[in-house]
Design a protein around this ligand. Structure first.
Ligand code: FE2
Length: 429
């Protein structure tokens, strides 16, 4: 029996099986019943859920934690949020963006969120946001994987210098090609932007992740163009469509043609339920549309779907805690994923499915995987979504990066048993 650096004993994996996890260096060296094993550090996870870390495939780290600067989004709409961000990016400094982003990364680590794909605005001639996020990516690299998407927020064709600045950002080392076709001036220019951006990605061998059809307009069909260009350019498996909210409002007949096209192109879908339920339907009276894309229907067609956070305390969203279980909780409700299988799937969506969407290598709990995992104060994935419990231990690349004492507060009430050890869940061991 080898001697481990860290041994996580007695936990329950998301599959329901109980297993010890032995870690040597930055790798998982063994998973199973490791009776008699020795380790420098032993973590007792009896009765706890031991899971791969959370992954967020869609975020805006250049804007996060800026809520209220220079003012609050009064209408609550996407379009006022874009306008407000346009004001903020004129006055915020590179150092402020770095400080806000690093504060968010600290939150993320404490929540067991260890990989984030963040869009960074490239519609700014100074590209200070790009510079700031590249600095943050390198700073947090030892414990958090940050992936940057070049995002022409004001439209690749609508903004006069967006094209040249997006290419400049990619030259600086941004990882993924983004876009926003529904914000271009016309449907035709939206389709043209999709074509141009996919060609840039194909030329450079980069993935694509486009804000696509984030609107209640059922005629916003840029996902169709994205599927076409993906197949034409051989980008299958490397393209994601973020939001896709117009699919909520589309005609069912058209969707019956569209979903097979998305599946054929192997495009992943990234709905962002907290933000979609907050921003969509704002022009409706009643009934008021939810605005979430067709999650279960796409999954049934074999399309990989993840849940994204999108925003935390910024021009579009006033709340948020970097907790992907909040995202899964909201997504589960809005998509009505209430069966036990669907609830478990929501947990997978914020862990293994999101990891696959953003191409995280060696991800999971198996021998040889990267030694990143979390110990949650819950018995299983469904309970984790119900409770959004403490992350008791967070291990990233073989190092313990966050720890929290278990909630064992004592109740002492008259006419009740003298005291109750108040754990929220019934342990499985
Ligand atoms: Fe977004």
């Amino acid at each position: 029996m080898p001697s481990f650096d860290i041994l996580v004993k007695g936990g329950t994996l998301p599959s329901g099986s109980q297993a010890d996890v032995g870690i040597i260096g930055d790798r998982i060296a063994a998973v199973g019943q490791l009776n008699g094993a020795e380790a420098h550090t032993v973590i007792d996870a009896t009765g706890d859920l031991v899971s791969p870390p959370f992954v967020d495939p869609h975020f805006h780290m250049d804007a996060t934690l800026s809520y209220g600067t220079p003012r609050i989004n009064a209408s609550g709409t996407l379009l006022e949020g874009i306008g407000l961000w346009g004001e903020l990016k004129q006055i915020t400094t590179l150092d402020q963006m770095v400080d806000r982003a690093l504060r968010y990364c600290d939150w993320a680590v404490s929540m067991g969120l260890l990989a984030i794909r963040t869009h960074v605005d490239t519609c700014d001639d100074s590209l200070k946001g790009v510079e700031a996020m590249i600095h943050v990516r390198e700073t947090v690299r030892p414990y958090l994987d940050l992936q940057l998407v070049a995002f022409p927020q004001d439209g690749l064709l609508r903004d006069p210098t967006a094209h040249v600045n997006t290419v400049r950002a990619l030259d600086m080392g941004v990882d993924v090609v983004g876009g926003i076709p529904h914000f271009e001036r016309t449907m035709a220019e939206g389709a043209q932007s999709v074509r141009m951006l996919c060609e840039i990605a194909a030329d450079r061998g980069l993935p694509v992740d486009m804000h696509c059809d984030e609107t209640d307009d059922p005629h916003s069909r840029h996902i169709e163009s994205l599927a076409f260009e993906t197949t034409r350019l051989g980008l299958q498996g490397r393209v994601a469509g973020s939001h896709l909210t117009s699919m909520h409002s589309m005609d069912n007949y058209y969707v019956s043609k569209l979903i097979p096209l998305i599946a054929e192109a192997e495009i992943s879908a990234i709905p962002n339920p907290l933000i979609n339920i907050m921003l969509q339907g704002r022009h409706d009276t009643f009934p008021k549309r939810r605005g979430l894309t067709r999650v279960k229907e796409m999954q049934a067609a074999g399309i990989r779907v993840g849940w994204g956070q999108d925003c935390v305390r910024d021009p579009w969203y006033s709340l948020g805690t970097a907790d992907m279980l909040d995202v899964a909780f909201m997504g589960l409700h809005v998509a009505q994923m209430s069966s036990p299988e669907d609830m478990r799937r929501c947990f997978d969506m914020v862990t293994v499915d999101n990891a696959a969407i953003i191409e995280q290598a060696d991800f999971g709990i198996y021998k040889g995987a990267l030694a990143s995992l979390i110990v949650l104060d819950a018995g299983d994935p469904i309970e984790a979504i119900r409770l959004r419990p403490d992350r008791l231990v967070v291990i990233s690349k073989g190092n313990i990066v966050s720890q929290k004492r278990r909630n064992d507060s004592q109740l002492a009430l008259p006419d009740r048993p003298s005291s109750v050890r108040r754990r929220h869940h019934v342990g499985t061991a």
